[in-house]
Design a protein around this ligand. Structure first.
Ligand code: GLN
Length: 378
């Protein structure tokens, strides 16, 4: 067969986690916690199973969970989503993103993405015959140059993909970005896919500018969120998509034939778990403390910190250490120094290398300390 994605290899997260395991490195590459989720949450799954919630969930997801999501979204962002027609539970953020793109992108439709970009956007666009229009963000602040976005817009522009807090750069959208975006899409037939899987991981008292806050943007947005991050349980692979009725109808046409529905007992458990709002309202504090601890550690090394406003990723430059390519240096760092990271070039179609690595700090303090000890030897 002719490959449908000839330029695509194995995702960097799989590659680096495998290397970390192989060489016994501390794994700060793929983003996931190295501590367990709440025992109460596990108990709730048990209860759901004992109570016989072991058959197919409704195609769009367990209603109790969709209702809790509607409650949370209205409380946090002031937006009303109808659980019946506008909320769909997915097998993680990545499936929601793939489904959203497949639901609306036709051959030759143009999609604007900002690079560095999470690695699943471009392949999904290409599979649908869409055209990736990428705009590079400049380190260290990686702000979007909206005048450049304006220039990229054509009559074939179907979608803009946003991601705030941003993976891998840990930057966030500001109100100013929202205003400029709103001006650009006003009166245009442009959809927004907003990857908000790190919505609760935002620091220093900053506001998460969800598309759900802005009616003019909300009405054209598919918003993707993740319980893996909210529940510290990335292996559960449960997320959701918020979208207006007409977009949700298209989304579900695809969703039903990709996964049909998502595993039932965990949806019941999460619905119960998030009734306690503290489980997500406490997240900024929990992760900010880890961020600060890790940043203090990195300051004692020869790596230089980039800003971190959200997500659980910290970028660093190593230009003062070596001029090796980032893809090579991450391998050496894992093998010789025992710390696995992600090379930021993996988030660019053209493999742009600014000598920047991404570390995940969703780890126990002890793990972060051990990693810093090792990085001090570099
Ligand atoms: N989002 C996670 C990260 O950036 C990884 C997800 C995955 O491995 N598919 O590390």
């Amino acid at each position: 067969v002719t490959s449908k994605l000839p330029q695509t290899g194995t995702t960097i997260f799989t590659v680096m986690s495998a290397l970390a395991a192989e060489v016994g490195a501390i794994n700060l590459s793929q983003g996931f916690p190295d501590y367990d989720c709440s025992p109460h949450l596990v108990h709730l799954v048990n209860e759901a199973m004992k109570n016989g919630h072991n058959q197919y969930a409704p195609m769009a997801g367990v209603m109790q969970l969709r209702e809790q999501i509607a409650y949370k979204t209205e409380k946090l962002y002031g937006a009303k989503y109808n659980p019946e027609t506008e909320i769909t539970i997915t097998a993680g953020g990545t499936q929601a993103i793939f489904t959203a793109i497949s639901a609306v992108i036709h051959p030759n439709d143009e999609v604007i993405i900002f690079e560095p970009a999470y690695d699943c956007y471009a392949p999904a666009i290409k599979l649908m015959g869409g055209v990736v229009k990428s705009l590079e963000l400049e380190p260290p602040n990686y702000r979007i140059a909206w005048d450049m976005v304006k220039r990229l817009i054509s009559n074939r522009t179907k979608m803009i993909i946003l991601n705030s807090p941003h993976n891998p750069t840990a930057t966030i959208l500001h109100k100013e970005d929202i205003d400029k975006l709103s001006a650009i899409v006003k009166d245009q037939d442009i959809l927004i896919l907003s990857d908000e899987v790190y919505e609760h991981l935002i620091y220093d008292g900053e506001t998460h500018h969800s598309m759900a806050r802005y009616p003019e943007l909300q009405k054209r947005s598919l918003i993707v969120a993740s319980f893996g991050k909210l529940c510290h349980a990335t292996g559960w692979k449960i997320g959701y998509c918020l979208a207006p009725d007409w977009l949700t109808q298209e989304f579900r046409k695809i969703h039903q034939f990709i996964v049909f529905s998502v595993n039932t007992p965990m949806q019941y458990a999460i619905a119960e778990y998030i009734k306690n709002e503290d489980v997500y309202l406490d997240l900024p504090q929990v992760f900010q403390q880890k961020r600060d601890h890790f940043r203090n550690g990195i300051e004692q090394t020869r790596f230089k910190l980039l800003p971190c406003h959200g997500s659980y990723f910290q970028s660093v430059t190593y230009s003062d250490i070596t001029d090796e390519k980032d893809a090579e240096f991450t391998i050496r760092l894992a093998k010789e120094f025992g710390v696995a990271s992600i090379p930021t070039s993996a988030f660019y179609n053209k493999g742009i290398d600014n000598h920047i690595l991404r570390f995940c700090f969703a780890k126990r303090q002890e793990t972060l300390d051990n990693a810093v000890d090792r990085l001090m030897r570099v």
